[in-house]
Design a protein around this ligand. Structure first.
Ligand SMILES: *[C@@H]1O[C@H](CO)[C@@H](O)[C@H](O)[C@H]1NC(C)=O
Ligand SMILES: *[C@@H]1O[C@H](CO)[C@@H](O)[C@H](O)[C@H]1NC(C)=O
Ligand SMILES: *[C@@H]1O[C@H](CO)[C@@H](O)[C@H](O)[C@H]1NC(C)=O
Ligand SMILES: *[C@@H]1O[C@H](CO)[C@@H](O)[C@H](O)[C@H]1NC(C)=O
Ligand SMILES: *[C@@H]1O[C@H](CO)[C@@H](O)[C@H](O)[C@H]1NC(C)=O
Length: 458
């Protein structure tokens, strides 16, 4: 028996001293043949449990740790155990170090799964005076059919121009304070300031502006998420763009004013531009129709997370952030060695964003298709509805990430909870677990798993 810490130590071991003995014990080629009698690898069973009927060989117990970490002083090779060979052509070492499970995939990967990783650092950035914006949509990540994202930065006082679009908009503030303004179809208005970890949501077509306050001298940065994969940040409806494309006499008739009123209307869109820090929300005009009945912002940062062995999580959807009927989310922290358990989301695609740390995710797409991806802070992940997956903290620091869904209510089904709540004989018949193991399955959803030192035995 070999006990290996399921943490950074394990990564080092698996890529050095550990690699050779594992390859000898569990030669991948021999495991895939039917030469190994199933009984050799059969788990022991209690006298009370009926033995499972093996109509197919059992799985390999060969571990598949990532072969290296992003900061390892190692030369990555396209090798796992006896499989693969060294790389002798040109290679981008930094990219390879960040993606160990692509160059040397777990032997459990198979078939084909589209690319499910997009680092914002690969998005072309739109630089403006006062800030910038970069986006991810189906043009760069075709797998992400139902959600898209924009990462935006505004210097103190800078404004993301008054605009609207057909898609709803959900946001998570990364740093600083952002002032949002809006008016709905009933002439009700809304002006609020939101800080790091807080949210806003604008329903489809509702006009809004975003502006950095000077609470933080650096201004603000935030993440925008749209519940459609083909959202294009460059195709929104901007106030100045519209004004510049209406005959001036029509503008004069519309506003019932002299044509000279429009002498300072920009001839081109402003998009992001510098300005003075905004007045407090309490200075906003009072609408005769009142304020919007359901606030467009949500103080998510002040929601206490649920603390469980392995980390914390908190969920927000339309049950608490009532207006947010098309986006739900979870904010999760995982200690080193901990995992977001094996699960799937019944009807909702998941758009993930990594805030801190390093992670590994295997996406199971049915029919023998599975692929493993590695993520760092600033990366986007994507997992379609129903696809089984886990999120493992593969680093030696806290992993913090967001799971975002195009839905009104967060929902997931945990594998261990599913198996805990069905007749034990059914679990035994499928998986050969003994009574003790079945009794230890969590009847209450676990969501996260505590750090666990994996015991390896033949
Ligand atoms: C795993 O093993 C390491 C090294 O022996 C130890 O420091 C750590 O506490 C163990 N963790 C758990 C969860 O048992
Ligand atoms: C965490 O791992 C990095 C290498 O990825 C290393 O530089 C750092 O010292 C480690 N930190 C701790 C606390 O072990
Ligand atoms: C959110 O909650 C925090 C802490 O309770 C508070 O300081 C802040 O003013 C709140 N923000 C909003 C926008 O309500
Ligand atoms: C949100 O909806 C729930 C359930 O209908 C209600 O209890 C709650 O007061 C609403 N919250 C707000 C801020 O409107
Ligand atoms: C049940 O299975 C577990 C895991 O293989 C093993 O550690 C344990 O000893 C078994 N218990 C019994 C009663 O056979």
């Amino acid at each position: 028996m070999i006990s290996v810490a399921s943490c950074y130590l394990a990564l080092l071991l698996s890529s050095t001293a550990f690699a050779a003995p594992v390859a000898d014990l569990f030669d991948a080629a021999s495991l895939s043949s039917s030469a190994t009698p199933a009984s050799v690898l059969a788990p022991s069973s209690t006298s009370s449990a009926a033995s499972s009927t093996a109509t197919v060989p059992y799985i390999s117990l060969n571990p598949n740790f990532p072969m290296w970490g992003p900061n390892d002083p190692t030369t990555p090779e396209a090798e796992r155990g006896t499989l693969g060979a060294s790389v002798i052509g040109p290679t981008d070492t930094d990219t390879v170090l960040q993606n160990p499970d692509l160059l040397a995939p777990p032997t459990t990967d198979g078939g084909s799964v589209p690319n499910a990783k997009w680092p914002y650092s690969l998005s072309s950035n739109r630089l403006q005076t006062g800030g910038w914006a970069r986006q991810q949509n189906v043009n760069v990540m075709p797998f992400a059919e139902n959600l898209a994202g924009v990462n935006m930065r505004l210097e103190a006082g800078a404004i993301r121009e008054l605009h609207w679009h057909k898609t709803a908009e959900w946001a998570y503030i990364l740093q600083g304070t952002t002032q949002v303004t809006s008016v709905n179809a009933d002439g009700q208005n809304y002006v609020a300031n939101v800080g790091a970890g807080d949210l806003w949501y604008f329903p489809p077509g509702v006009p809004h502006s975003l502006q950095a306050t000077n609470d933080d001298p650096a201004g603000t940065e935030f993440l925008l998420v749209f519940p459609t994969g083909d959202f294009n940040e460059d195709d929104t409806f901007l106030l100045t763009d519209w004004m510049a494309h209406v005959p001036a006499e029509v503008l004069a008739k519309n506003f019932q004013t002299d044509i000279s009123t429009f002498s300072q209307v920009p001839a081109k869109e402003l998009y992001i531009f510098p300005s003075n820090s905004p007045a407090p929300p309490s200075d906003a005009p009072i609408s005769p129709n009142g304020v919007v009945p359901q606030p467009f912002t949500f103080n998510f940062s002040s929601v206490a997370p649920i603390s469980v062995p392995g980390g914390t999580y908190k969920i927000v959807d339309s049950t608490t952030f009532n207006i947010s009927t098309q986006v739900a989310a979870a904010e999760i922290t995982l200690e080193p060695g901990a995992m977001r358990e094996l699960h799937w989301h019944p009807t909702q695609d998941e758009w993930g964003f990594f805030l801190e740390g390093t992670a590994r995710v295997t996406i199971f797409a049915s029919s023998g298709n599975a692929r493993t991806f590695d993520y760092q802070a600033g990366d986007i992940s994507y997992v379609p509805a129903t696809y089984g997956h886990y999120v493992e903290n593969t680093g030696n620091s806290t992993l913090k990430f967001l799971e975002i869904f195009n839905t009104d209510k967060f929902a997931d089904i945990g594998l261990s909870n599913w198996l805990a709540l069905i007749p034990p004989a059914l679990v035994q018949a499928h998986l050969g677990f003994n009574e003790t193991t079945i009794n230890s399955l969590p009847k209450t959803k676990r969501v996260l798993t505590a750090p666990y030192n994996v015991t390896l035995s033949a």
